[in-house]
Design a protein around this ligand. Structure first.
Ligand SMILES: C[S@@+](CC[C@H](N)C(=O)[O-])C[C@H]1O[C@@H](n2cnc3c(N)ncnc32)[C@H](O)[C@@H]1O
Length: 279
């Protein structure tokens, strides 16, 4: 607690220099660092502390009226544009932007806690907020690494630098990128994949065929933004992730859409939380 004005001034001067009338400029991207083992406090939480609950909630099937209500709320929330063009689903995690609904992030947390993946592969990095969210959950578990891939280099200098995150630059389906992913994954088998890059059907299908090979039995393969092309938003989009999932599931009976992950009814990924059968 800082009690006196003098102490407050001393703190401000030590942070921003003597000219305290200047507003601090935006800080450089965070460099997350672990304290070295000599100074690190003992971890308060680790994956051994994760509770046993798998919290299965199978959403009830909805009547036509209820489904209309859910879809109307989905469209309202998704399509609402703020005065400066902002969207409610542009959120941030520890200051890094991403396109997500908290309902989906909550499911990610549950899936990661339950399955404790060694590696999470994410296609589509954007500003790095979603990769950082995944890395933060892995930090709490004390386990897991993130590989995130983006073809666009716009935010390359400003994404969070975190010891659990490996950034790859290129198209997610380019053979050289897939080779790099394979090299980083190495012999680790417990892999989870999130597809969130180019949402055109053919690209997503290509990603599904490529990255499903990394998924172990019982593992999760999540296809983001299956809600576009009228499911129920962006009816004008054309064939997208939903249509790619339909083709992929028809080709791969070893995978299914895990509708338990639609527990909140509000998700960017209806029928997009794919899972490989356990046996
Ligand atoms: C919808 S954003 C989502 C990113 C992030 N996961 C999030 O939640 O904010 C999609 C990102 O995919 C990238 N992208 C588009 N086509 C790609 C491709 N072929 N390979 C890799 N990334 C791609 C875009 O540059 C963009 O940053």
């Amino acid at each position: 607690m800082i009690h006196t004005l003098r102490e407050r001034m001393r703190l401000l001067i030590s942070r921003f220099g003597r000219r305290t009338n200047r507003l601090p400029t935006r800080p450089a991207p965070l460099r997350f660092q672990y304290a070295n083992s000599a100074t690190a406090r003992p971890s308060l939480w680790s994956r051994q502390n994760i509770g046993p609950s798998s919290l299965v909630f199978v959403p009830p099937s909805l009547s036509a009226n209820e489904q209309t209500l859910v879809d109307s709320f989905h469209k309202l929330t998704y399509d609402a544009v703020g005065p400066n063009g902002s969207r409610s689903y542009f959120v941030s995690w520890l200051g890094y932007g991403m396109f997500k609904w908290p309902t989906d992030l909550w499911n990610y947390q549950q899936i990661i806690s339950e399955t404790q993946p060694d590696v999470i592969i994410e296609t589509g990095t954007y500003r790095g907020g979603s990769a950082l969210f995944l890395a933060t959950i892995c930090d709490l578990l004390g386990h897991g690494q993130i590989i995130t891939i983006d073809v666009d280099e716009t935010y390359r200098q400003s994404v969070p630098c975190h010891p659990r995150i490996t950034y790859l630059h290129g198209s997610s389906t380019e053979p050289t990128i897939v080779d790099q992913v394979r090299a980083v994954v190495g012999t680790r088998e417990n892999v989870m994949v999130i597809l969130d890059s180019d949402h055109q059907r053919d690209h997503v299908l290509d990603e599904l065929r490529t990255y499903s090979r990394f998924i172990p039995r019982g593992g999760h393969l999540i296809v983001e933004d299956t809600n576009i092309n009228g499911h129920p938003v962006h009816a004008e989009f054309g064939p997208g992730p939903w249509e790619a999932v339909e083709i992929f599931l028809a080709e791969n009976p070893g995978f299914y859409a895990d509708r338990n992950q639609e527990r909140f009814f509000l998700t960017h990924n209806p029928r997009g939380f794919l899972r490989r059968l356990a046996a």
